[in-house]
Design a protein around this ligand. Structure first.
Ligand code: NAI
Ligand code: CS2
Length: 490
């Protein structure tokens, strides 16, 4: 057997917490063993397990991609490492909260459905990216034209989408008289629990009204606000982790030290005491979620599009340009914060400054290209909702306009040096069609604004707004992103 994290002595300063892994059961089934889950929920569960005797283990499932990752995880007894990299210090932690794993491509769909139908499973949690919910964000409804949903409605007993798996597993539980589970979304989706509920219930009702009713009566969908910057791993990160850990860990990830998890306390079948490891249970998550999506993620997308176009590979690189830092702070304080209704005690100015410090962390190589991905799914909660508040109130919103214009410029698939951009987005074909017809010309603005799953229809009718957006787009074409960002000052 080759040397790995589970069978080798690790560097002395690696943190290894002791608890009895043999007591853990697969009570949480997690869909989406990506970077974020490894640095957040699995780690917080691990730290919770070290605080009190409990059997809340996690069982991992990847529905799309990541077969090699699951194979590697199995080869090292489902243990892996997290490197929390601050500006000057790194803490490496070995995570042991995972009890097993499956992948439909490796093990078959039936194995996944059987696992999700087991009686001890009390929570199904999700980090499946924004597009994994298969909803039309414009209307907050299940997207019945989505290819996965269409296919799953035809073969619901052998699904492909996360929604299809959840509904089929719940159907089996209903049939066998097994208690339902809680479905907990941990994605950066506005009102993530409510939206998951809409997707699951709509899909179930299209199949069988009684099943839909049973789910409505027996399943809860808590909303959560999740926060920790966990960039996609690169070979360079894995090399750094190997040196800090003492052995190569193909499942290792690096992230920032900061973490936050606010969870609506609404679980139908019990829950771990994640509060023992820093999570907060509350009655209403929405104000926290909105704050994070607009302040953090809104600024992230702003920096991603303007940063990529300005030639910056990483967020921390763009933050070295003073104009980008100032513009990001101004976006947060002048255009996002005023749209928020935060709970007593939340200091948005301090929050904004903390975010600036987090974005500047030079140890985190978070690619602008990664954050720029799936903009059609990300833009509404991050920028467009706050833009609508400003249009209604007639308040200033020039940074939001530039951020949206930069997204429009980015999805042309060609950068300021005429080099192609590898744009990843479920609506890529639509963007390509628009640019093919119009060329790199400001007339694309109206066509892109007409995409109703991204932009509310009334925006296109607001002449002053369309003018401002077109001017910002034109500025990006003629002057470039760096000058456009600099022009926001004053
Ligand atoms: P990743 O690319 O490492 O993992 C993506 C995961 O989503 C994979 O496990 C994949 O199997 C699954 N997936 C992709 N498309 C899917 C689909 N259509 N249906 C079902 N599953 C699908 O990405 P990462 O970093 O784990 O982020 C995932 C999500 O977590 C983000 O989209 C975001 O909503 C949330 N998040 C990420 C943070 C980060 O800093 N990485 C922080 C906070 C939230
Ligand atoms: C980022 C987020 O990729 C993105 O879109 O904005 O994943 C961000 O890193 C997290 O939400 C931080 O909690």
């Amino acid at each position: 057997m080759s040397k790995n994290i589970a069978n080798t002595a690790l560097n002395q300063d690696v943190q290894q917490l002791g608890y009895d892994r043999s007591q853990l059961k697969s009570k949480i089934v997690h869909l989406g063993f990506g970077a974020f889950h490894r640095g957040h929920q699995a780690l917080i569960t691990h730290e919770m397990l070290a605080q009190e005797k409990s059997d809340w283990g996690i069982f991992e499932i990847n529905l799309f991609g990541g077969e090699a990752l699951i194979t590697s995880l199995r080869a090292q007894d489902h243990q892996y490492s997290v490197s929390e990299m601050g500006a000057s210090n790194t803490q490496v932690k070995v995570i042991t909260s995972i009890v097993g794993s499956l992948h439909p491509e490796l093990d078959g769909k039936e194995a996944v459905l059987s696992k999700m139908s087991e009686a001890q499973v009390a929570i199904v949690s999700l980090t499946i990216t924004e597009k994994g919910y298969c909803v039309d964000l414009g209307s907050s409804t299940l997207d019945v034209e989505n290819a996965l949903i269409k296919a799953d409605l035809k073969t619901p007993h052998a699904p492909s989408s996360a929604i299809g798996y959840i509904v089929e597993a719940l159907r089996r539980r209903k049939e066998k008289n097994i208690k339902a589970f809680t479905v907990m979304s941990c994605d950066n989706v506005q009102e993530n629990g409510a939206l998951t509920k809409i997707a699951v219930l709509s899909f179930a009702r299209l199949l069988d009204k009684n099943l839909g009713q049973w789910i409505e009566d027996n399943v809860s969908f808590p909303c959560t606000m999740v926060d920790r910057i966990v960039p996609a791993v690169t070979e360079q990160t894995l090399t750094q982790i190997e040196s800090d850990l003492g052995v190569y860990d193909p499942c290792g990830i690096a992230c920032e030290p900061f973490r936050q998890w606010i969870i609506e306390d609404n679980f139908v079948n019990g829950r771990p005491n994640w509060n023992l490891a820093g999570a907060t249970f509350v009655e209403n998550v929405i104000p926290f979620e909105e704050m994070k999506l607009r302040m953090l993620n809104g600024s992230h997308s702003f920096l991603a599009y303007l940063g990529y176009l300005g030639g910056y590979k990483h967020i921390c690189d763009a933050m070295q340009n003073e104009a980008y830092e100032k513009a990001t702070l101004a976006l947060m304080l002048n255009e996002q914060a005023p749209t928020l209704n935060v709970p007593d005690g939340v200091d948005l100015e301090a929050y904004a400054h903390l975010l600036i410090a987090r974005f500047k962390n030079p140890s985190l190589k978070h690619q602008t290209w990664q954050i720029a991905m799936d903009g059609s799914q990300k833009l509404p909660p991050r920028m467009i909702h706050s833009l609508c508040v400003h249009l209604k109130n007639k308040s200033a919103h020039k940074a939001l306009i530039l951020g949206i214009a930069a997204w429009m410029r980015y999805v042309s698939c060609v950068d300021e040096n005429k080099i192609s951009i590898d744009v990843k987005d479920p609506l890529l074909e639509t963007f390509v069609g628009i640019y093919k017809e119009r060329g790199l010309d400001k007339s694309v603005v109206k066509d892109l604004l007409a995409i109703s799953s991204i932009f509310p229809r009334e925006l296109l009718r607001d002449e002053a707004f369309v003018n401002d957006l077109t001017n910002a787009f034109q500025l990006l074409l003629t002057e470039g992103a760096k000058s456009a960002v600099a022009s926001l000052e004053g």
